[in-house]
Design a protein around this ligand. Structure first.
Ligand SMILES: [Zn+2]
Ligand SMILES: [Zn+2]
Length: 342
């Protein structure tokens, strides 16, 4: 099968073609697994974190990609949920142990044995992928394959972030950064909490205009104070400065949720600007969002179909994966990037 393979970690500035086009043997499903013929795979910022070593793959070479949509093309002897031809998706969660306290309490995203698709097992930058049947998700009919792909990560983790804010209708929510995940969160909030006001902090004027078109109450630069204090904020930026800036806009008891698998080190000295009375005093708290549970993926897909949420997408061929990654790194973003594979 055709695949784009990561063989060696590197910095994208030094090597703009980190993935090599490779012919690999078609994977064979184990007894509890299905074989999926991949139709579309989303390109995520986390792939940059993997390639550049901020969250390194557990083995190399590896096939990246954790927003996978395709059809069932084969199955192991102990599978019984899906049949050949069914359309399914695979998200960041490839497996969890199922027996630890986290798994048993519905927090399988925190399992010490959490395995990530496209990092710990081969992902969807390829024509075929295998996955345990229990970790594949049905895709609602409302979406095309390419539309569904970015929902599997940006949408699902955005959904989890929003849950962690404990936002109630009528409260104020801040969004720091306005990429794929934040714009899906804004669409969810306007649907689920029609009386909530959303304040968007984004560096680019285009992103601020886009946020207001989508229903944001206010949009400004991350260094500005919002016109009202906010109950909670979701930060989706890769840097630290915005975290410090965001804290000063929180109400007493407010919560900042950081939705980023890793922060870059380049501006870490910004943390020295942290001023305890303005930024943390009055029971303000900071929490990260880690991975996703299967329930996040499935609940979000159903909600997205109901609203409906249709992400803006930009398609690339499988062989153009490096180009898509470089554009993502350079923030050339015109919709979510998706590899169209079949
Ligand atoms: Zn992702
Ligand atoms: Zn577990």
């Amino acid at each position: 099968m055709r695949a784009m393979v990561l063989k060696k970690l590197c910095r994208l500035e030094e090597n703009p073609t980190p993935l090599a086009f490779t012919i690999l043997p078609e994977p064979v499903p184990l007894e509890n697994e299905i074989l999926i013929k991949v139709s579309a795979c989303g390109v995520c910022h986390t792939e940059l974190d993997e390639i550049e070593g901020r969250t390194s793959p557990s083995h190399l070479p590896v096939v990246l990609g954790h927003q996978v949509v395709g059809t069932v093309a084969g199955q192991g002897s102990k599978t019984n949920v899906y049949k050949p031809g069914d359309r399914v998706g695979v998200a960041w969660i490839a497996s969890a142990c199922g027996s630890c306290t986290f798994c048993l309490s519905g927090n399988e995203n925190l399992c010490p044995d959490f395995k990530a698709t496209g990092r710990d097992v081969n992902g969807g930058y390829a024509e075929y992928i295998t996955i345990a049947e229990a970790f594949a998700h049905p895709i609602p009919d409302a979406f095309s394959d390419s539309e569904a792909a970015p929902l599997l990560c940006a949408g699902a983790v955005g959904y989890r972030s929003l849950k962690l804010t404990n936002l109630a209708d009528g409260q104020n929510l801040g969004l720091t950064g306005f990429g794929a995940s934040a714009h899906l969160v804004l669409k969810m909030v306007t649907h689920q909490y029609p009386n909530a006001k959303v304040f968007v902090f984004a560096r680019s004027a285009d992103e601020r205009t886009f946020a207001k078109e989508l229903g944001a109450y206010w949009a400004g630069d991350p260094e500005e104070r919002s016109p009202e204090y906010v109950d909670s904020i979701i930060d989706t930026t890769p840097v630290w400065k915005t975290v410090v800036e965001a804290l000063k806009n929180l109400k007493p008891g407010g919560r900042l949720v950081i939705n980023a698998i890793r922060k870059e080190e380049s501006d870490k000295e910004s943390l020295l600007q942290l001023h305890y009375p303005d930024h943390l005093w009055m029971e303000k708290e900071i929490k990260s969002v880690a991975n996703v549970a299967r329930s996040d993926v499935r609940e979000f897909l159903e909600l997205a179909a109901e609203i409906p949420i249709k992400p803006e997408i930009q398609e690339f061929r499988l062989e153009e994966a490096n180009q898509a990654l470089v554009e993502l790194k350079e923030r050339k973003i015109r919709g979510a990037k998706v590899l169209k594979i079949a």
